[in-house]
Design a protein around this ligand. Structure first.
Ligand code: PSV
Ligand code: MN
Ligand code: MN
Length: 430
């Protein structure tokens, strides 16, 4: 099944069945938007262009520190992971990139892996380093930190690993390195904050030197976990400080789950874009912490407000921010990972499309007049528009499925994957 790739005819058959229902829904929204002065074709082109990278570590069932309930048919090799992302991309034509975590997914033969990905029409997004775990044969430990460690020899090991990750990425055609530094402490007094920051900066400078000119470095922040008292790169301010000190190839990476409850993430996005320092995004959703749930499952309005700032930043002709890299960073404990990813991509596209509908001129006028009521009307008019037929239409035109989850289920994909790969499978990741 997977070696055959998804037969395009299956998608056509699926679309044929849903055609009439889709067409009436699409005409309805297209007419309404046209009446409101929107250029529907322009919106469809934008929706089609948005590609979201799938993390290689999110294709299997995730777990917590308490348990992991393994799912069947999970990809056991990088080749199988590529096949899974290829399948998602064939179904939605919006997941045309894969983001690798190294050493969880070391390509043994980069050339072969690159050409396999090409067969599925996939490219390699940012490569991620891992200095939050000790590897089996590792002589020095990251228990007390990596890039920030008090021991120079440990820092050197972590720096070399990051440089090595860049080299792997170069062979695959990646153009960015994401550094998420778990380093931190569990107890007050355990660490000199200033020294830890300085050492991290020095280590990052060495990695930055090894970064090719056409690459970017994304610095991901997170307030807590795995350590529970302090984290060296705890927030966007720290990430921004490091990125500015490093230089123009260094940027901040916003992971939606990496904020303390009720943080105004859309305001962070606005500030970073204003400064030209928003490099990338890890999408997920959460109720409490870094829950890594399906995008849009808990706080869809917040996601829309974030996209409202992203669209504003991207469409601003004076913007100095490069186009951000879009990635999902999620974990699936109870859902089929592939269904969950299809839902996440859909949620991102929904929020993006709704943000495209915001009447920017009217919103600015309301703001200038301090008309809070009207500002809310304008935002929620866009947010409450059912844009699903637009996304489906963009997919249909790209040769993808009108309703991805329905197709996935009707094709019995999981059953076939279990037949191919077995019922008891474990995929690398957290
Ligand atoms: C850390 O919580 C994180 O968000 C980083 O992006 C890691 O690379 C990823 O999760 C690992 O699952
Ligand atoms: Mn992340
Ligand atoms: Mn995370």
């Amino acid at each position: 099944f997977l070696s055959m790739k998804l037969d395009k005819q299956l998608i056509q058959d699926h679309n044929k069945k849903l055609h009439d229902k889709h067409q009436s829904g699409f005409s309805f929204i297209a007419d309404r938007l046209t009446t409101e002065g929107h250029d529907v074709e322009r919106i469809l082109a934008k929706i089609a262009a948005l590609q979201i990278a799938i993390p290689s570590w999110a294709l299997g069932t995730g777990g917590t520190r308490f348990s992991r309930f393994s799912g069947g048919g999970e990809p056991g090799s990088l080749e199988e992971k590529i096949a899974d992302v290829g399948l998602l991309h064939a179904i939605n034509r919006s997941s045309g990139a894969i983001s690798l975590h190294i050493p969880w997914d070391i390509p043994k033969d980069a050339k072969a892996i690159k050409s396999l990905a090409k067969e599925y029409d996939l490219v390699f997004d940012a490569v991620n380093s891992n200095t939050f775990q000790d590897q089996a044969d590792q002589e020095l430990s990251y228990k007390y930190g990596s890039l920030s460690h008090s021991d120079k020899a440990v820092r050197k090991l972590a720096i070399e690993h990051n440089v090595d990750v860049i080299k792997h990425g170069e062979l695959l055609g990646s153009k960015a390195l994401t550094v998420w530094l778990a380093d931190g402490t569990c107890f007050p007094g355990q660490q000199n904050f200033r020294k830890a920051f300085q050492r991290t900066l020095e280590s990052l400078k060495e990695i930055y030197t090894a970064l090719p000119d056409d690459w970017q470095m994304f610095i991901e922040y997170k307030p807590y976990e795995p350590y529970f008292y302090s984290t060296v790169i705890q927030d966007w301010g720290t990430s921004h400080l490091l990125a500015s000190k490093l230089g123009k190839k260094a940027y901040c990476l916003v992971d939606l789950g990496h904020h303390l409850p009720n943080t105004n993430i859309e305001q962070i996005v606005a500030t970073l874009m204003m400064e030209g320092k928003l490099g990338g995004f890890h999408f997920n959703d959460s109720k409490y912490g870094d829950d890594d749930l399906t995008v849009g499952s808990i706080k869809p309005y917040q996601l829309f407000l974030i996209f409202n700032e992203l669209v504003y930043g991207m469409e601003d002709p004076a913007s100095i921010n490069p186009p951000p890299a879009w990635m999902i960073d999620a974990s699936h404990n109870v859902k089929d990972p592939l269904e969950d990813l299809l839902q996440s991509v859909e949620a991102i596209k929904l929020a993006y499309t709704q943000a495209l509908l915001v009447n920017k001129e009217e919103l600015e006028a309301a703001r200038e007049n301090n008309d809070a009521t009207q500002a809310q009307e304008i935002l929620q008019h866009a947010y409450r528009t059912d844009v699903r037929p637009l996304i489906a239409e963009a997919r249909r035109r790209a040769g993808a499925a009108l309703h991805p989850i329905t197709l996935f289920r009707n094709l019995n994909v999981r059953k076939q994957l279990i037949q191919e790969r077995g019922l008891k499978t474990v995929s690398t990741g957290l």
